[in-house]
Structures are given as structure tokens and as C-alpha cells.
Design a protein around this ligand. Sequence first.
Ligand SMILES: Cc1ncc(COP(=O)(O)O)c(C=O)c1O
Length: 419
Amino acid sequence: MRDLFEKIYRDKGPLGKWASHAEGYFVFPKLEGQISNRMKFQGKDVITWSINDYLGLANHPEIRKVDAEAGIEYGSAYPMGARMMSGHTTLHEQLQDELAEFVSKEASYLLNFGYQGMVSTIDALVTKNDIIVYDVDAHACIIDGVRLHMGKRFTYRHNDIESLEKNLERATKMAEHTGGGILVITEGVFGMRGEQGKIKEIVALKKDYNFRLLVDDAHGFGTLGKTGAGAGEEQGVQDDIDVYFATFAKAMAGTGAFIAADKEIIDYLKYNLRSQMFAKSLQMQLVVGALKRLDMLRTMPELKESLWKIANALQSGLKKRGFDIGTTQSCVTPVFLQGSVPEAMALVRDLRENHGVFCSIVVYPVVPKGVILLRMIPTATHTLEDVEETLVAFSAIRERLENGTYKRLSAAVVAELGE
Ligand SMILES: Cc1ncc(COP(=O)(O)O)c(C=O)c1O
């Protein structure tokens, strides 16, 4: 028999093996200063393209004031206990009502964190007789929710409606045997590459197949749709989403999340979401802060306009310079380059140290071997000067990637750790 930890001592995993070269810089970096378009990284000023503060609310003076006042009034403990036991308040209810109205659903329910909330939502919606059909590129919280499922599940190829339909056929046959139903899960916006989930096409399949649709709209809420109600509103099919999910961690610049659906479904979920029934209620300061954020999101369309002005300038500027930004249909702005992990490290170091541009870097195994994905999140606080400086920097690093500079700079890392 082996010591449980033996595998950990031996193998740190595909990302962990880079820790000695990456930690504190590429992973677990410390961005300092007020959350904004420009922050400090290792003592240097950088343009920050890695913070999901889409509408620029994180450091908005009105938000800071409300957050601070709520902290003074309620402290950080209130309310104590889980919602069902002793953690329920009128303000929790008010926020739920306002969120439901904003996303055009009968009711909503607050979740402490999106991740756990999504896991529990999936868990509560299905029994072992039901079948889940979900997009293969789904966020980790969806995958973990599906992992809890005791029945059958099928993935369909990313955003591929033909593949979804094939899997719906299989699921329908199976459900006829088990006596269960079908849950389809997609994202409103896929956070790595920025494509919208094909909600409209998925919904159209409802006329031929019997299923319910759950949409994780973490990146769409507040950024898409006429009123900012998300990808469903953008695609004109919000009513056909059976269970709508969004987090406060992005456009709302907070913590917490919610699900919204018909009242009867929410009434069921609130008695069956294990991560909420057995965990402390969303803290009051966050609830009060979310009410203020939602109010600004609703009443200040100029925030979304500023966001899109920057997103459009960034995306069209990158395209004009010949960068591959994939097929994004949202503010999420990916740039795809070709190179090894050590080259990616040298490239990002150059970008941060010499050009003052900070964005997230995604490498194998999250993307295929040889692909370097630089992911940028524009916000309403960025300026057109930030965009221009970034475009110049990107052209410079592409040139150095292509002329082998980063290969030379990373030779020592390759010799030590391989590619
Ligand atoms: C698509 C998606 N779903 C769910 C979550 C989890 O939300 P939270 O940060 O509130 O746990 C995230 C990340 O924030 C996300 O990107």
C-alpha cells in the first residue's frame, strides 16, 4: 500500500510543475492599489485587462460609500445562520424580487457563491432517472454539478447544435426507459473565448424535444442585452430559459450569485439547494451592496455603453493589426498566439515588464498544446489611450515571438523542465 501523499510528492500536475517559475508572477500574481484600469504589479504601473469589473463598479465612489456604510451598520457577521434557519432578512427578499424582475422571471434565490450555487442547482434539479446534456466547454462549476449526478449525462461539442440534437435524441430514448426528464446546460457567454452560447438555437429545439434549459450567464449579465439582463435578452429568448443563473462576481463587482425561474421552481430549489441550506446566508453587506449595484446597472446605461466603446475599440484594433481574436461575441477578448509554455512565460514577462500591460495568460492544458491564449477583459474604466498603448505592445510582442526572441530567452527553463 502507498502513502496517500506519494503521488503529490512525485507529480505536481500539468500546471503545478511550473510553480517554481510561475508562482507570484503568472499564477497567484498580486495586483495592488485601487481596482481600476491601472494598478501596480511588482511595484510597476500596469494597464489591467484581467479584472472582471465590466461596468467599473468595483471602485465607483457611490458603491464604495454604500459598501462602507453597510459595513458599519451590519458588520460582516450579519445575519448568522443559513437562510432556512436564522439567516433570512427582508433585504435578502428585496434583492431577490428586484433581481427576478430585472431578468424577467417570476422569482429568484440568492446564492452565497456562484460556484457552489451552480453545483447545488444542478444537483437539485435532477434525480438519477434524469439525463443531463451539456456543452463540453462548460465552466468547472457546471462540470462539478454534473459530477454529483447519479444518472446519465452526455456532452455535446462546443456550441454545436447538430451535436446537441444527436445527444438529445440519445437522451430522449434513454429517458423513455428511465422515466426521467432532460436538463440541457449551456453558458450565456463562454468566459475563455467569449462566444455566446447558442441559446436561441437551443431553445428552437424545444419544439422537437422535451427538455429544460439552465443557462450560466456569469459573463452576460450586465454586459449583454438592451437593459443588461444578459445573453437571453440579447438573443430575444429570455422567456425560454427555464433556469437563469448569474454571479455578482463580474458586472456586479461583488460576491454572491442568484438563480431565477418560475416561482414554483424557485420555491422548490430554496428547500433543496444543499449548498445554501447547509451554509451561512449571504452576508448583509454584500446584499446591501448588490442592491446598490443592481440599481446602478438598471439606471446608468452609460456604464454599459462605456464598456462596449472600449471592447469594440480593443477588438477592432486587434483585428486591424491581424491578431486572431477567435469568434468572440461578447466583451471577453481573447488573443490566440502560437508558442510553447516557456515562450508564453517570456512573452508575458516582456508584456508586463517592458510594456506595462497586464492580462491573463492561458496555456496547455486549458488550451491545446502550442496555443498561447492572452485573455483580456475590457471595462468601463478603461480609456482609448489604454487600448492604443495595449495594441502597440501586442504588435511588439508578436514580432518578438515570431523572430524567436522568446525561444532564446526561455531556453534555460526548457532545459530544466521541458516544454
Ligand atoms: C461561467 C461562470 N460560472 C460560475 C462562476 C462562479 O461564480 P462565483 O465566482 O460567484 O463563485 C464563474 C466565475 O466567477 C464563471 O465564470
